[in-house]
Design a protein around this ligand. Sequence first.
Ligand code: ADP
Ligand code: MG
Length: 238
Amino acid sequence: MSFLKLEQIVKRFGDATVIDHVDITAERGEFVVFVGPSGCGKSTLLRMVAGLEEVSEGAIYLDGANVTDTEPAARQVSMVFQSYALFPHMSVHDNISFGLRMAKTPREEIDRRVAEAARILQIESLLQRKPRQLSGGQRQRVAIGRAIVRNPKLFLFDEPLSNLDAELRSQMRVEIARLHRDLGVTMVYVTHDQVEAMTLADRIVVLRAGRVEQIGSPADLYERPDNIFVAGFIGSPK
Ligand code: ADP
Ligand code: MG
């Protein structure tokens, strides 16, 4: 079975069906990108994988286990959001280690994992700063650091770079690719940005109004879009 498997997932909010029988898989170590217009259900799908939102129908399997009803903390999934949601009164070190401290992780273990994350993200010199003393790109690194120290099986990114300016965005895109390569962890990444999708993805899932329109490698979607909607999203000339 695939490392991550969404099977016939339905999500309703009241009378509205916002996810309609979606099947998506990710293999171990794969980088899967979700694209699609605003409101098509990308964030809702990620939230269901993280356990932050219940599914209405269907099942989610992760690393061989059915996690459909598993509480978020037990899923070993880390999510990085567009807004960094750092604690303003805490240092970078304490922001990164917050989840570990809550889990009563021993002090030496916390320090070791924070140092390792800081090294990977090249923020060693910033550990004693407060978030307001950081640039946007540095804050997003801290948010990613917070995800890394939890040693997740799966990383979820919800438009993590869309608050950054173009130059920083392309720099962080390279960093995320490097992170994926170095950690070898499965990643599911939501973006509006075609360049991000085309350069980061092993496979792209094109979503439209709560349904999967097409799934394929960047080259597949570019060269053989199933329809004009996919072509428009991927930027190919069909
Ligand atoms: P995307 O991330 O692709 O922009 P979302 O997953 O945020 O889309 O939203 C998908 C649809 O579900 C939208 O129509 C949105 O209004 C609706 N939706 C999301 N969360 C809720 C909620 N908590 N209650 C009601 N409707 C919601
Ligand atoms: Mg969203």
